[in-house]
Design a protein around this ligand. Structure first.
Ligand code: BTN
Length: 277
């Protein structure tokens, strides 16, 4: 039986800089690290330290977030000791218009890290949800500070459900959320998972900077569960169903409505339509 990441009694699941640095194999990400017991949101703290001059690679991590943020203004449930709630500071020299590409880089990196750790088919749902057994295991929130033509800094926030049991999730997400422990049947050392994610992230990020977005997209396509599926799209204006036909070079989802019209989606809520039996 696989023992990777197994949480042993004699080895407590600590999220301290010392514990994390023991397993770190990166040159940039996590070399500067701030760990908090409680914080409002690691994304908010990452933005504060970035504004104060923190360099690329800074990682902010918290045991518990009091105001964890999700996409589309949603709340992100972040209880202590059960998940990995962390944010990365980036300062890429790319056009602000290309910033959403980094969400895809992040999703591919976390997906690859989780697949290597667990051998489970973790899949990507557009734009940046990670699903396992059709339930959400991880979400990514990218925030940006930019001028018209250059990025000041970028914060990538990652929320990964690690050691929750079903009853640890609030009722509203209980049926749609899952954790690594629920998938694999055992508890995990969060510091070890974090080090794997930072390693894969650094690899994907450097490769994106040197080779461009097309190779990220290729991998996203291989790991995704959205393309070719019937989806329900909710925007501020309307809700409709259609087929998720493709993704373009900006990462926009192209959805063919039942009317035949093809819509280019930059953002929005997309859910996979359950199969009829
Ligand atoms: C989503 O799927 O809606 C995105 C969720 C992102 C959650 C993470 S947890 C760490 C970081 N800090 C936050 O407040 N949000 C992100």
């Amino acid at each position: 039986m696989k023992q990777k990441g197994r949480c042993l009694k004699e080895c407590p699941d600590l999220l301290t800089p010392e514990e994390i640095k023991l397993g770190l194999r990166t040159k940039i990400f996590g070399q500067q690290l701030q760990c908090y017991k409680t914080i409002d949101s690691t994304n908010e703290e990452a933005k504060r330290v970035a504004l104060a001059g923190a360099g690329e690679g800074m990682v902010i991590i918290a045991e518990r977030q009091e105001r964890g943020k999700g996409r589309l203004g949603r709340e992100w449930h972040s209880p202590p000791e059960l998940g990995l709630w962390f944010s990365l500071v980036l300062r890429p020299q790319i056009k602000p218009a290309h910033v959403s590409q980094l969400t895809f880089v992040s999703a591919v990196a976390v997906c690859k890290a989780l697949r290597k750790l667990t051998d489970f088919p973790v899949l990507l749902k557009w734009p940046n949800d990670l699903l396992c057994m059709d339930k959400k295991i991880c979400g990514i929130l990218t925030e940006l500070s930019a001028e018209a033509d250059r990025i000041n800094y970028l914060v990538i926030g990652i929320g990964l459900n690690v050691n929750q049991e079903e009853q640890d999730f609030p009722p509203v997400i209980k049926d749609t959320a899952i954790s690594l422990a629920m998938v694999t049947g055992h508890l995990w050392q969060r510091a070890e998972i974090l080090c794997h994610i930072l390693y894969e992230f650094e690899k994907e990020y450097l490769s994106y900077l040197s080779k461009g977005f097309s190779q990220t997209l290729l991998q996203w396509r291989e790991l995704n569960i959205t393309l070719g599926k019937e989806v329900i799209v909710s925007t501020k204006e309307e809700t409709y169903t259609g087929i998720a036909e493709d993704i373009n070079e900006h990462g926009c989802l192209l959805v063919r409505k039942n009317t035949g019209e093809v819509v280019t989606l930059w953002a929005g809520d997309v859910s996979l339509k359950p199969k009829a039996f």
